[in-house]
Design a protein around this ligand. Structure first.
Ligand code: NAP
Length: 328
């Protein structure tokens, strides 16, 4: 076989970007340790940014997007994996400035590759994908910093998204008292069904006039929004509260005085799943495969590669919900 199919993002003459399925020569993939035949990938917000030409994610085009991939090894130059081994790759540079997993094949450095954990397969691993790994890292940050179900309410922002829905369900699985901040009223029942105890609207949360500190409310939070929501959250934490900050869908600035840290012992933990060291990724994947195993079918939509460009546009516009699994 000399060619393969992949999603291909190109810059047009008018400076706009177009993403569609293309047939490409194998030389496109370049020389890497491990060649993987991809059977499933997934869609994440970062893929939407890359496929729309966002230079902060991908500098050079044309490009194959896709930060997630799972499938079987075709070859490993290092001789560590054998042909047919089931593996997954999430993050590192995959789908950013290296060609990604929305493709029949991906070629990657060996130290990006994780042997498929027992209990998962390519499909279930990609239902989880980077979104689930990120939610897992965030939950580990909360638990590792002392939060327990009896600590109090945990707020999950961007709750209708991939990270958000998995975080709501995972925290519920671990018996936490979860509050979901959701911008889509039509998904309230879904989130309550996943285990959220109540729903908060962003505009209501932000409606109070600015203060240095607000009454103590949440024991912790998993935040994908950043900006003024994160600021208000920090000012509304209980004493010794913990926030795992993993996104900036609503803003990058953090205008803040030090009061939440000095007067209430607030802890703000940053999460970046892509460059999390392989050993820590493996640890979280093991948890997601066993003790933290949760059913994701209720909010996963399986799509084909050719359907991905349209869904990526929806993701970018904040109109999508849940997880998108891509069957290659
Ligand atoms: N740090 C990391 O390692 C890491 C890893 C994965 C993702 N992330 C980040 O986490 C965020 C969520 O990722 P995801 O994969 O869950 O994305 P997603 O499925 O697209 O969900 C994002 C959610 O954020 C909310 N939102 C509010 N304002 C938005 C806006 N202006 N644009 C888009 N969404 C908006 C929406 O939920 P509501 O309508 O419910 O408010 C939306 O469903 C992204 O910013 C992503 O870059 C970070």
């Amino acid at each position: 076989m000399e060619t393969f199919q992949a999603l291909w993002t190109s810059e047009m003459a008018d400076g706009k970007f177009e993403t569609s399925v293309h047939t490409l020569p194998f030389s496109t993939l370049g020389e890497q340790d491990v060649l993987i035949r991809v059977s499933y990938s997934s869609l994440n917000y970062k893929d939407a940014l890359s496929a729309s030409g966002h230079r902060g994610i991908t500098r050079d085009f044309p490009h194959i997007p896709g930060i997630d991939a799972a499938g079987t090894v075709v070859s490993d130059k290092r001789g560590i994996f054998r042909a047919g081994d089931h593996v997954l790759v999430t993050g590192f540079d995959q789908g950013m400035n290296s060609h990604g997993g929305l493709s029949e094949f991906v070629a990657v450095p060996g130290d990006w590759v994780i042997a498929m954990p027992e209990g998962l397969n390519a499909r279930s691993a990609m239902q989880i994908g980077t979104a689930g790994l990120t939610a897992g890292l965030a939950v580990q940050a909360l638990v590792g910093n002392g939060l327990r179900p009896e600590s109090g309410e945990i707020l999950v922002t961007g709750a209708s998204g991939g990270v958000g829905m998995i975080a709501v369900k995972l925290l519920t699985h671990l018996h936490f008292n979860v509050v979901a901040m959701c911008g889509k009223p039509e998904l309230d029942d879904t989130l309550l069904g996943l285990g959220a105890k109540r729903i908060v609207r962003r505009q209501d949360f932000l409606s109070e006039k600015p203060r240095a500190l607000y009454p103590m409310q949440f024991a912790g939070a998993i935040d994908v929004l950043g900006g003024e929501v994160l600021v208000k959250l920090l000012k509304s934490l209980q004493y010794d509260g913990v926030i795992a900050a993993c996104g900036m869908a609503a803003g990058i600035d953090l205008p803040l005085q030090v009061y939440p840290f000095i007067l209430r012992g607030a802890r703000l933990i940053g999460i970046y799943s892509a460059d999390t060291p392989l050993a820590r990724k493996q640890e979280i994947w093991q948890l997601l495969a066993k003790d933290w195993s949760i059913a994701l079918d209720d909010f996963t939509t399986e799509i084909s590669l050719s359907e991905a460009p349209q869904i990526l546009n929806e993701l970018l516009a904040g109109r999508s919900s849940g997880r998108y699994l891509v069957k290659i």
